[in-house]
Design a protein around this ligand. Structure first.
Ligand code: ZN
Length: 149
């Protein structure tokens, strides 16, 4: 009879472990919405991307002026960290939005690369077309992001 207590407590531990693992399996649903706290955390990552979107006006002017040297400097300089920022942020979004965010960022950088090539070739027409495409993808990306505002 005195052996029963240790065995009982082992069984209880096993049962408790089983219940906890089952419980967490059921509870850990993939979140489909952002909590205000999560948005606040993400905002740190979103800020530099919104800043970069505002700076696109500078790039537009450089292309309009056919200032190809500064166009290329701009793409490699101020926009240089944007790719990393977008990839980082993409990985922190809701699971359902991650793939499209990463693909859109990749698209956007394809356009930047084509603007860079057009600048090298001094081709204003391609540079302008690619700029418009870049803006579309940039805004698609921003539209995927949560906002408290
Ligand atoms: Zn595109």
């Amino acid at each position: 009879m005195f052996r029963l207590r240790p065995i009982l407590s082992v069984i209880l531990v096993l049962v408790a472990t089983f219940l906890v693992s089952c419980g967490s399996g059921n509870v850990s649903k993939i979140p489909t919405t952002y909590t205000p706290e999560k948005i606040e955390q993400l905002q740190v990552l979103i800020d530099p991307i919104e800043d970069a979107r505002e700076k696109m006006a500078v790039l537009k002017d450089l292309i309009a002026e056919q200032n190809w040297v500064d166009t290329r400097t701009f793409i490699h300089g101020p926009l240089g960290t944007l790719r990393r920022d977008m990839v980082n942020l993409s990985g922190s979004l809701l699971q359902k939005d991650q793939k499209i965010a990463k693909e859109t960022a990749k698209e956007l950088f394809g356009h930047f690369e084509r603007i860079d090539t057009a600048a090298k070739d001094r081709d204003a027409s391609i540079a302008q077309t690619q700029f418009r495409e870049a803006i579309k993808d940039f805004d698609t990306f921003l539209n995927l992001l949560p906002s408290n505002r």
